[in-house]
Design a protein around this ligand. Structure first.
Ligand SMILES: [Zn+2]
Ligand SMILES: [Zn+2]
Length: 74
């Protein structure tokens, strides 16, 4: 199971495969970024406020707030 985040609408989901891209609320299709494996550690981005349960520090690409995520381990 992996964490996915849409860079456009900030939707976060957990899925074992690439999520479908239809109907992004921000317009047209979602732009998913794979953040990494789901686990028991809580990480929050201080820029976009996304909270993910991860096995290790999530990928920092494509923060919806621009540039890279700034993950803090909670
Ligand atoms: Zn989206
Ligand atoms: Zn972020």
């Amino acid at each position: 199971m992996d964490n996915y985040l849409c860079q456009k609408c900030s939707t976060h989901i957990q899925s074992d495969k690439q999520p479908t891209s239809f109907n992004c609320p921000s317009g047209s299709t979602h732009k998913w970024t794979k953040l990494g494996k789901v686990g028991t550690l809580n990480y929050q981005c201080s820029k976009c406020a996304t909270l993910v349960k991860a096995a290790s520090q999530p990928t920092s690409f494509d923060c919806p707030d621009g540039g890279s995520h700034r993950w803090t381990k909670l």
